[in-house]
Ligand binder design. Structure first.
Ligand SMILES: [Zn+2]
Length: 55
C-alpha cells in the first residue's frame, strides 16, 4: 500500500502487512514510524520535529 510521506508529501510504499511501530526510510531521507489509526496507516517522522500533522 502507499502512505503519504509527512515530510515530502510523496507516496511511500509500505508492505500490506506492515506492523505498527515499524520504521521505514523514504527516498527523501526521512525516517518514518508506522502508526495505525483505526483502519488507516499513518507515518510520523522519527526525527521528532512534527508530532501531529492533523491529518
Ligand atoms: Zn518523503
Amino acid at each position: 500500500m502507499r502512505v503519504r510521506c509527512p515530510v515530502c508529501g510523496l507516496p511511500v510504499e509500505v508492505p500490506d502487512d506492515v506492523m505498527e511501530g515499524e520504521v521505514v526510510e523514504h527516498d527523501c531521507g526521512a525516517t518514518l514510524e508506522v502508526r495505525f489509526e483505526g483502519n488507516a496507516v499513518r507515518l510520523v517522522p522519527l526525527d521528532g520535529v512534527a508530532d501531529d500533522w492533523g491529518e
